[in-house]
Design a protein around this ligand. Sequence first.
Ligand SMILES: *Cc1c(COP(=O)(O)O)cnc(C)c1O
Length: 415
Amino acid sequence: MAYGTKEREFLKNELNGIKNDGIFKEERIICAPQNSEIDVVFPTGTDEKKVINMCANNYLGLSSHPDVIEAARKGLDHRGYGMSSVRFICGTQDIHKELENKLTKFLGTEDTILFPSCMDANAGVFEAFMNEKDVMIADRLVHASIVDGMRLAKAMTDTYKHSNMDHLEKKLILHKDKRLKLIITDGAFSMDGDLAKLDKIVELAEKYNALVFVDDSHSSGFIGKTGRGTHEHFDVVGKIDIITTTLGKALGGASGGCVSGRKEIVEMCRQKARPYLFSNSIAPVIVAASNKVIDIVTETTERRDKLEENTKFWRKGLTEAGFIIKDGETPIVPVMLFNAKLSQDFAKDLYSEGIYAIGFFFPVVAKGQARIRTQLSAAHDMVHLEKALAAFIKIGEKYEILHKTKEEIIEKYGS
Ligand SMILES: *Cc1c(COP(=O)(O)O)cnc(C)c1O
């Protein structure tokens, strides 16, 4: 037997190493639809507990919206369950094309191609239209899926310091003789909740003849006045050459992603992007529901407006209570605790108070930058946020970190 004692021991040791490093991930189990309140159990078998969910990417509260569920049901009735094919063989239905067209309109681009996920979109897009003659210049904090996509492409790779426009300009000058120069960034960065400086990036791109790529997974549907994304927020709609985004966060939260942008680039993806060519079509149920989601976010800004109100209330409440939060305007609100153990203890106490939020620490964030990341949703009502805020304050008092400076917290707990 090839998988014998030796092999098993080797892998057990690897896993123990992860445990000893304190970075072993254990998944909680939700026994309810995704929503502002969920029933959660731990795998170790705790009793089911109702908690307020502060850590979902369900920004618009559409994950369990009755109209979306109804649209999914209809999709199931009219277009069946599975495609059993990739897009280019026999996996494209009218509703797939409809969704691509709707996304193009919503994002204000030239064309759109669906992928099984945004991870797949990012894995496929660079390789599809760039090669050794080209260069990819990425912000140092881009999402892991972009890092992987860049690794798969043959174009030269370079990076610039996070949101540092001087550094980006230096790199553009350095690579001025490359055929295609692609600036690569997230729209909203998921750990700090800050936005890329897209207006400045577009300016530099125009000055140095570079293309711009934005992954708007944490923005599509709610950033910008009508929720189109960071390009709307910075008034550069039509100037972003490639937008990738996910249907797995604000836009219904099921799964699927896309590349949207210049039509020749999208066509190159249809011809050559490997996750598009070699992975199954998005299921009709999801496509039908996503069509409904795009209708909802196109017809009304009600949900993104509520999310904005919730975000303002939450940021103001935490700040006035004396917490240190990362400044910004996105519904990703990191509450800074600096110390890894404190972030874990704090999250545990929150959970006891019925608030579900996760403590992040190295290597997910930089050393000494441990935090609780909270995420707002249009599904949150004031009662949820008031209860959550009261819990944060109670636990903040317990650990004596309110109205303290970063230095004072680090002096007390270490970093
Ligand atoms: C979540 C996320 C992805 C992955 O999206 P999936 O559709 O779940 O694969 C990609 N990029 C960014 C920036 C993300 O936040």
